[in-house]
Design a binder for this molecule. Structure first.
Ligand SMILES: [Zn+2]
Length: 253
């Protein structure tokens, strides 16, 4: 019988609270680098939404894989939100360099797989960075896992997935499920961005929307959050499994 992620959880979760000896004795060969963001999420979600969510995602995957889960990097490439107070960001190239350095650390200390986990859609630099890392460190399989890799698994739980870009139905549902105490009342008619997503290449979100929201947070619910989280976790593990199989077949080590 197939087992779900919760049944496959590893009782030994490896984090920086463990000692180096414990990690070595666990023969742990996978390191997970979660990448969050500190950026405006309208008036109803906290600045650290992506940071909180990516750590939850990483912890869940890490428990199943018996991986070493790093504390999520809080700051990434959020320049499009820069006009709202509290948003902090690094330039895209800086984020790329940080991930390169983390890959060097993983390779130096004997890890054989690095999973880069990101929930913030603006971290475009991660794709070319990971593509390069797999050539620079052939002994380390570096896998990029973003929400776009698993979106087909969760869109069915949303009523308006097409306009769900930022602080909308999905993110608000996840926060209602995991951190209800941090979710404030949703402003009425806050979806006011009649532009395609790529306009963030030209404008800041404060220019494109009045509220900073891009989606329909008023449709969010705790139940949707729970269902989305379960789908994301399951789809992520399937994706990682597939990529791992391909690495074994195409690049045996
Ligand atoms: Zn977010």
């Amino acid at each position: 019988m197939a087992t779900g992620p919760s049944e496959r959880r590893n009782p030994t979760k490896l984090t920086c609270r463990n000692t180096a000896t414990e990690l070595e004795e666990a023969t742990c060969d996978t390191m997970i680098l979660p990448i969050g963001a500190i950026e405006q999420h309208g008036g109803h979600l906290p600045l650290g939404t992506d940071w909180l969510l990516v750590q939850q995602w990483a912890d869940r995957i890490g428990e199943v894989l018996g991986a070493y889960v790093l504390p999520a990097m809080p700051i990434s490439s959020s320049i499009e939100h820069r006009l709202r107070k509290g948003t902090v960001y690094v330039r895209a190239a800086t984020l790329g360099r940080l991930v390169e350095d983390m890959a060097e650390c993983a390779a130096s200390s004997g890890f054989r797989r690095l999973i880069v986990l990101s929930v913030h859609g603006g971290n475009w630099i991660l794709k070319p960075t990971v593509r390069q890392l797999n050539r620079d460190y052939p002994q380390l399989a570096t896998v990029l896992l973003e929400l776009t890799h698993v979106s087909s698994a969760y869109v069915g739980h949303l009523e308006q997935p097409d306009c769900d870009i930022h602080a909308g139905e999905m993110e608000t549902s996840l926060m209602l499920h995991l951190y209800p105490e941090l979710v404030h009342e949703v402003e009425a008619d806050c979806m006011d961005a009649p532009y395609p997503r790529e306009y963030m290449d030209y404008f800041d979100t404060s220019e494109l929307t009045r509220s900073g929201v891009w989606g329909r947070p008023e449709l969010a619910s705790t139940e949707k959050g729970e269902a989305v989280l379960r789908s994301i976790e399951e789809a992520a593990l399937q994706y990682l499994d597939k990529v791992e199989t391909a690495f074994h077949r195409l690049r045996p080590r």
